[in-house]
Design a protein around this ligand. Structure first.
Ligand code: AMP
Length: 454
């Protein structure tokens, strides 16, 4: 089925053809005509399904065909993370290259002034994270009263990150009369409640069965003791000749440490997490996309929404506490029909987490026999510095001096502030724009309560 059969205008179909897209994905076939018809949407679609184009294309078309009055944004796309904001706005620009529509992106961690300038020039489609958007609203640099189409992207993640109060604040700034599009990979009670309060007579569209992992991803586990995970991972990367692998750790500290260790094993590696500056995160991601580094070690939150084309390997170095995060994580591979492999390294302590994930997937994840690999020698304990990788934000290079290898931790590196800070879900206050405004303690997940109670 060609894109034109969805009712899209040639300016858009040409831009799609230039990107090499010949067929709409299932979510696009379903949502594009409904959005063009002005309906509210509740879409159960994971990242990797092509949902961004699914809402971006019809929004571009609707705004192109409607006369512009004033400079205030006519569409608002609210997303949970800076990376996703950057990616969505990049999609808007790319798909809309043949149209005279203006896009701006607002997120924290960068200077607010260029954003104010962009808003002054006039914006049709605004992509924003909640914190920075509310900063602008507070100081009067953005007027949301002209928004005709409101998109809440990755709504489940927004709630996980404690953004519900911010979302409600943003909604209050929007006009009553508007079209609402809500996308969520999973449905919880909270999501349903939010959908009920936000959407008017929505069309509900689910493209993948709920809470199931992307079908094209081959999943398997290795049962391996915790202290052998690094040796196994290095072995898999070397022996498999993997050129691009995204590795998930649970903590920022763990991400830094593993990135260093892989570098020691001769694997060019970068780390991406909430303590890295925005420019370091962008730089690390760019290096990974351009295959300048082979491994990107990421925490759950930092990785959310990363769009890396046809990523062949995702490794869960540690299983996530929240089973839904497993689905999000492995959604980094097998994107838009490409096949991919998701490997989880499961230590004995993680068996309960594995059970929860398998319950969610409604099937066991096949186990592979451990390959022969050189077991790790005991390492001297080392800790990262307080909130800063001591290698600064530079990419970790593959080679380190022998003195650096296994060098005893310096006293200041033992500082406790950051070490063992959980960054994965559930719900950590994060960098500026991602920090919920609500002073209430973010609600803990059932899983976490259960673990703390033990
Ligand atoms: P998303 O789920 O929106 O993050 O998109 C996942 C990936 O699929 C992105 O790299 C898109 O550029 C790509 N994509 C979106 N639509 C199509 C399509 N119709 N054909 C091929 N790739 C697509």
């Amino acid at each position: 089925m060609p894109f034109s059969s969805l009712g899209l205008i040639p300016e858009l179909t040409h831009a799609l053809a230039e990107r090499g897209y010949t067929q709409p994905t299932p979510i696009q076939s379903r949502v594009v005509p409904e959005i063009l018809a002005g309906r509210d949407i509740l879409a159960g679609a994971q990242t990797g399904t092509g949902k961004t184009a699914g809402f971006t294309l019809p929004i571009l078309q609707l705004l192109h065909l409607r006369p512009r009055a004033g400079k205030a944004p006519r569409a608002l796309v609210l997303v949970p993370t800076r990376e996703l904001a950057a990616q969505v706005s990049e999609s808007v620009r790319s798909y809309g290259k043949n149209l005279q529509l203006r896009t701006a992106v607002l997120f924290g961690g960068v200077s607010i002034n260029p954003q104010i300038e962009a808003l002054k020039h006039g914006v049709d489609i605004l992509v924003a994270t909640p914190g920075r958007l509310l900063d602008h609203a507070q100081q009067g640099s953005v007027d949301l009263s002209r928004v005709q189409i409101f998109v809440l992207d990755e709504a489940d993640r927004m709630l996980d990150m404690g953004f519900i109060a911010d979302i409600r604040r943003v909604i209050k700034l929007l006009p009553q009369q508007r079209q609402n599009l809500m996308f969520s990979a999973t449905y919880s009670q909270d999501i349903r409640r939010l959908a009920q309060s936000l959407l008017h007579d929505p069309v509900q569209i689910d493209v993948a069965p709920r809470n199931t992992a992307v079908q094209t991803v081959e999943q398997r586990i290795f049962r391996v003791p915790k202290d052998q995970k690094r040796a196994l991972l290095s072995h898999l990367i070397h022996e498999g000749g993997w050129q691009q692998v995204l590795v998930f750790t649970r903590t920022k500290h763990g991400a830094n440490r593993l990135a260093r260790q892989l570098a020691e094993d001769g694997i060019e590696t970068a780390a991406i997490h909430g303590n890295k500056s925005q420019s370091a995160r962008t730089q690390a991601l760019a290096a990974f996309k351009q295959a300048k580094v082979r491994a990107l070690v990421a925490t759950e939150v930092a990785s959310r929404g990363l769009d890396i084309k046809e990523l062949p390997h995702v490794v869960n170095y540690e299983l996530p506490n929240v089973p839904e995060d497993y689905v999000h994580r492995i959604g980094r591979t097998g994107r838009a029909g490409a096949s991919g492999e998701a490997i989880s390294l499961v230590s004995p302590e993680e068996e309960d987490l594995l059970k929860d994930i398998e319950r969610l997937l409604r099937k066991p994840i096949p186990e592979s026999a451990l390959p022969r690999f050189a077991p790790a020698r005991p390492q001297p304990k080392s800790h990262d510095g307080p909130g800063k990788d001591h290698r600064k934000d530079a990419h970790v290079s593959g080679a380190r001096s022998p003195r650096e290898r296994g060098a005893p931790a310096r006293a200041h590196e033992r500082a406790q502030r950051d070490s063992h800070t959980k960054e994965s879900s559930p719900r950590q206050p994060r960098a500026r724009d991602a920090t919920p405004r609500s002073h209430a303690t973010p609600k803990r997940s059932r899983r976490n309560r259960r673990y703390r109670a033990r």
